[in-house]
Structure formats: C-alpha cells, structure tokens
Design a protein around this ligand. Structure first.
Ligand code: SF4
Ligand code: SF4
Length: 382
C-alpha cells in the first residue's frame, strides 16, 4: 500500500537523519549521496559531536533550530516505535515531518523520483560453514548436504532481478561462510561490473574465521566490497584467526565492520521452546511484526523471507508457490515491477509467508532469547 507524500516532500535536497546506531551508520553514506544532511539526531550521550563532518545533536536541540527540514528515521523496528512516540510528543507528525527509512525507500523514491527501490537483498553463495551454530537462522546444522552456488547460477538470479528494480541500497552475499565459495571473486566481479549503478553497497557477511586468497582480497578492494564480520569469539575459540583476517583486510585497504551480538532471538523453529505456544493466531500481523529488512534472491526467485528459503533448502519445510516470486517467468512491466517492491514490504497477495505460522521471527512479539553463536555438535548425516 503506497503512503502518499504531500507536496512539501517534493524537491527536498536537505534532510535530517534521526539515529546513528547500526542502521543509521549502515545507510548514512548512501543517503549522503542523494541529500545534504543538515544534522544527525542521536540521543546517546556517548555519540561524538560530529559524524563524517555532520553535527550530531539531541532532539531538543533539533526542535530549537529546525526549519521544516524533513526527518528520516534510521532505526530498528523496536527503536523506531520509541522514537515515534518521542516525536509525536513533540507535535511532529509521521509522513508530514518525519518518516521511517523503510517507507522513505519504498514510497518517497517512487513518488518523487520515480525510482523503484528495495532496502536490502541477500544472496546465498553456499550453505556450508566453518561453524555450526545451534540457532543459526540459515539452519546450517540441518543441511544433509550443503548447497554451493556457481557464478553461473548467481548470474542468472541477478540477471532476472535487476531489470525489475532501479536501486537496491545493500546487496549482501552470505552463507554459511561465503569465503568457502571458490567462485566468490568472480561473483563479486560480475555483480559490480554489471550492476554497481543499481547498488548502494555490496557486502559479504562472514564469521571471520577464514582468510580469503589473494585474488579475492584484490577483487574486494577493487570493487569496494564491505566485509561485515560477525564476531562469535564468546563461543568459538578463534580470536587469533579473526585478528589475522582484520590485519589482512587492513593491509589490502578493504572496508570491514565487526558486529558482536551476545543474544539472538530463538525462532523456535524447527525446535520449539517448551513454553512456545502454537498456533500463532494472526499470522499476517505476526509476519509484519517481524518484517525482515532483508529479502532473499536465490535460484531465480525472490523471497520476502530469506529464512524461509533456507528452511526449505535444508529440507525442513515445503514452501508454497505463494511464498516467493519466481522471476524466471515474471513479466517485466510497470505493474510487476511495483508489485515486487510492495511484496518486499509485506504487501503480498496471499497475505503472509507460510512459515510465519510456525516461526517466532525477530519482531517484538518474540521473547525467546538465546546466547548468540552457541555451537552444536555436527551430526553426520547418512
Ligand atoms: S557462523 Fe553460525 S550463524 Fe553464521 S552461517 Fe555459520 S552456522 Fe550460521
Ligand atoms: S516470522 Fe516469518 S518473516 Fe519472520 S523470520 Fe519467521 S518466517 Fe520469516
């Protein structure tokens, strides 16, 4: 469903960004290419006074200096709800004074710039991993035989997807552990050389336990790839290897970030917490509460939920045809292009993804928390 932006949103060239947490930092550079950023609002007292040359101020300060600039809120779903309350208490109105980044990407770019945009798309390179995390959201421990995508297979997915969209803010390659895929450098090269004008940033998500070969390192440097390292050293003994990777990335001038989460939510699928209650009553509301920010692109199909793709690939469920859009038979016209973006934002014709009825997801209605990266013994599937 489109949100209508009124005329005051037309021709904006200057914005205020609200939020300098993980989401804010992730998309900041891309917004900075399209807009002059007047201020960044962040209420964390530990945030420095300037970020990349832009002054960081509190909401109170913004209220005293704001001159009708529009505010784009970059925050997680949970943080957005409290920011929204705070803004409304100060008589600022959604879609008038401020907007959530996801709605800005989906609707502002469409209505004002005529650009069909998606926030984040994930492409799996392989499903084998150097780790075996018990609560892996790609279900790595459950694969009886791992899947490795070839350059040719990934090329086919990209080639049916990109004619349908104008811009993807982030395209991430992930596994399993993507550095296990021997064609990774060719995949990155193909992606950049053919689609970099339609991608804000190409990323690789790695657990930091492998050192890529020289050619892959050179390719990552040449094509400005960001390596997002998930640090699981609390549960896996690989500090030395992680440090070695960081040194190598620095040596080659490759951008990287390190994310250390101590907790994950437990999807309670396929194993259920004993307190977990089925069935989920309003499945669509539950799905929208989870509302994954990233979507999957594999096998020429576009998935609202990448977790659902992996659950099927690991042999845990059978998805219905309504759980994805098969792009190999998808007409390229204006209606279908727009439907793809609406679908990515949860506005699918059939209402919800079938797995949402069995999966607790990562919305605020899921209170089951587990330590991040806890390892499970490998099962030798026969
Ligand atoms: S590091 Fe853990 S969470 Fe990440 S893909 Fe491997 S098994 Fe899954
Ligand atoms: S609740 Fe639905 S959308 Fe969220 S992770 Fe589970 S299957 Fe995916």
């Amino acid at each position: 469903m489109d949100i209508m932006f009124n005329d005051t949103w037309k021709d904006i060239s200057e914005i205020v960004i609200y939020g300098l947490g993980m989401v804010g930092k992730k998309y900041f550079d891309m917004l900075k290419k399209d807009f002059a950023i007047k201020y960044i609002v962040d209420n964390n007292p530990k945030t420095p006074d300037f970020y990349k040359g832009i002054k960081v101020i509190s909401l109170d300060e913004l209220l005293s200096v704001r001159n009708h600039e529009k505010i784009v809120v970059l925050a997680s779903k949970e943080a957005f709800l409290s920011i929204k309350r705070e803004l409304e208490q100060n008589n600022l109105t959604e879609y008038e004074d401020y907007v959530r980044f996801d709605d800005f990407v989906k609707d502002w770019y469409w209505q004002v710039k005529n650009k069909n945009c998606i926030r984040e798309v994930h492409v799996a390179t392989n499903t084998n991993c150097t780790f075996n995390c018990e609560k892996c959201n790609m279900f790595v421990p459950y694969y009886k035989s791992a899947v490795t995508y070839t350059l040719e297979e990934i090329r086919r997915s990209l080639d049916v997807f990109f004619p349908l969209v104008d811009f993807v803010f982030v395209l991430s390659y992930l596994g399993g552990e993507p550095f296990l895929n021997r064609e990774l450098k060719d995949i990155l090269k193909y992606t950049y050389e053919n689609y970099h004008t339609k991608i804000g940033r190409i990323e690789i998500v790695s657990n930091g336990s492998m050192i890529p070969d020289v050619e892959t390192l050179e390719t990552m440097c040449q094509y400005h790839i960001l390596v997002r390292i998930s640090d699981y050293t609390e549960h896996v003994n690989y500090r030395k290897k992680l440090q070695e990777l960081i040194s190598v990335l620095e040596e080659y001038g490759i951008q990287y970030s390190i994310e250390k989460s101590l907790e994950w939510v437990d999807f309670c699928f396929p194993k259920k917490d004993e307190k977990f209650q089925l069935p989920i009553k309003d499945v669509r509301a539950h799905m929208l509460c989870c509302a994954p920010a990233f979507h999957g692109l594999n096998d020429g199909k576009f998935y609202y939920c990448h977790v659902a793709w992996s659950a099927e690939k690991a042999g845990l469920i059978k998805l219905s045809e309504n759980d994805y859009i098969d792009l190999t038979n998808y007409r390229i016209d204006a209606e279908n292009k727009r439907y793809l973006v609406e679908y990515a934002n949860g506005n699918m014709k059939n209402g919800y993804v079938s797995l949402c009825g069995k999966c607790m997801g990562c919305g605020i209605d899921n209170h089951y928390v587990v330590p991040a990266g806890q390892q499970e013994e490998r099962i030798n599937h026969v």
